[in-house]
Design a protein around this ligand. Sequence first.
Ligand code: 5AD
Ligand code: SF4
Length: 579
Amino acid sequence: MSSGNVYIETFGCQMNELDSELVCGQLRALGYGFTTDSSRADVVLYNTCSVREHAEQKVWSRLGELRERKLTQPNLVVGVLGCMAERDGEDLMRRMPVVDVMCGPGELDKLPTLLDNAVRTRASLLAELPEHLNATDISARQVALQGNTSRRSATLAAAADTLELLDLSRSISPIAAGGDDHTAARRTAYVRITRGCNKFCTYCVVPFTRGAEIHRPPDHIVDECKRLADAGVLEITLLGQTVNHYRFEHGASVTVGGVVQPQKGRTYAGGHRRDPFAGEATTTFADLLARIHDEVPSIQRLRFVTSYPRDFGDDVLEVIRDHPRLCRYLHVPAQSGSDRILKLMNRGYTVAEYTEFLDRARAFLDQPEIGRPLMLSGDFIVGFPTETDEDFEATIALVERARYKSAFIFKYSPRPGTVAIEKLADDVPEAVKRSRNNQLLLAQARISEEIGATLLGTTPQVFVEGLSAKERKRRDRAQPASSAPKLPGGVSLTIAGRAASNHAVAEITEEACCSTRPREADADTLPELVQLSGRTDGDVIVHFDAPPGRSPESMLGTIVPVRITQVRALSVLGTVASA
Ligand code: 5AD
Ligand code: SF4
């Protein structure tokens, strides 16, 4: 069936971005259309994040706005997808009857049925609406949640994992993907390899909202990469909450909904120098990386996020070192530089073990002399319960020692249902959290600049993503969105910065990008030079002007050599070198 225009807004992490993409593909195949203007939609979907309270508050305020809208558009169907739906359960609907559909992250394959039911149910409820009620008081109440997923074993979770069908249904043709062949969005893609998490860090909701860790069959993953490559994709980022835990045991499997699932997985525990179960019956993470690299040679860049620092084998480092299209980039959250706080967080490693891993990774992978420096990024939480000045100093010391090219820094946000909120008072005052957040950002900004300076004079290959943030802002100022002319060829350049969505913090991007020459905001003309943004193999963001005589849109989604000429507070600038 087909039912009008869908508006979908995604909050949070890359996993959510991928989920939204898959949901859109599924709905498009069923005849739904899409709009980027919420006010023109028949169905409004929010794909939500629960990791921090702030992300949830945004959704609450959006839902509040929709209440008004339903008075004038009673048929409007509103859906809350993702982690907030799973975490709040039906309470959310009770608090916000404006919501018609709730669908947890593990149930997204059921969304088309839920929407279909919601459209019909709303229509019949409205037809019989009692006089004392109005359209905002009734909900179509279509719900698919896993409920208590964290208590299930990985075996049961795998057996019940119908979500594999959603990944398998990915529509990859250019038309189905809705993109223009020339946009960078068509040339870069996420591919999920693991779902869920078993780590239960005490502050984190993910094991509760996304359930137990399960691993996709390698043939499905390789096949998806091949289909993406055939459709023109050059860059793939493999996704998992603890992506380096990937391991698939062949043979011991059951079939659910036509999809082969592993029946049981042995836990990869301790040591972690090499996957101890490697062998014919097992595809390890190292095996998977090598397979994708070798079997899909047109993928120019293969990355993965997010890595868990404790479980990173030398076998994986060797594969990255020996396979040229595997990027020299690791995102390995440390969360704190204090052993006491790491213990309270249940992270399962000490600072010494973490830095030992960084040293090991650098020994294998850091090769600036051949133009392949290893770039690292990390996540930190400041103001975790009981964090003292001394603990925080230890975090600063770790940041100084680790020398990340960027770090994502968050103020601790107590999350309902987690061990931390149950057992530890949120006792670090907000002002102290804010001050530590700023101090850490400053320390990281200085290091980012120093890392940027090491690139001066080098000419890395840069994947061109879109307009720089500064260029976008300048255009918005010069031309209101509705009247903004498209660039020649009708292509809008809009996708820069997509990977930073979960991390509103110290990523090298946004405000920090500075042009090397003055630009005046002239409302009547577009300047001759257009500033673009792209990423190196090590995920460093580079800004540069499209060379005169070369159309910016023809550069999108291509990989070009850029000579690095300047380093500013949080960005590097360069000029396109002749290939
Ligand atoms: N409060 C603050 N930050 C959090 N993160 C996860 N849970 C919380 C929380 N309750 C951060 C961690 C994680 C990143 C995705 O979000 O740093 O790595
Ligand atoms: Fe959350 Fe920890 Fe799992 Fe990361 S490893 S998703 S922080 S529980």
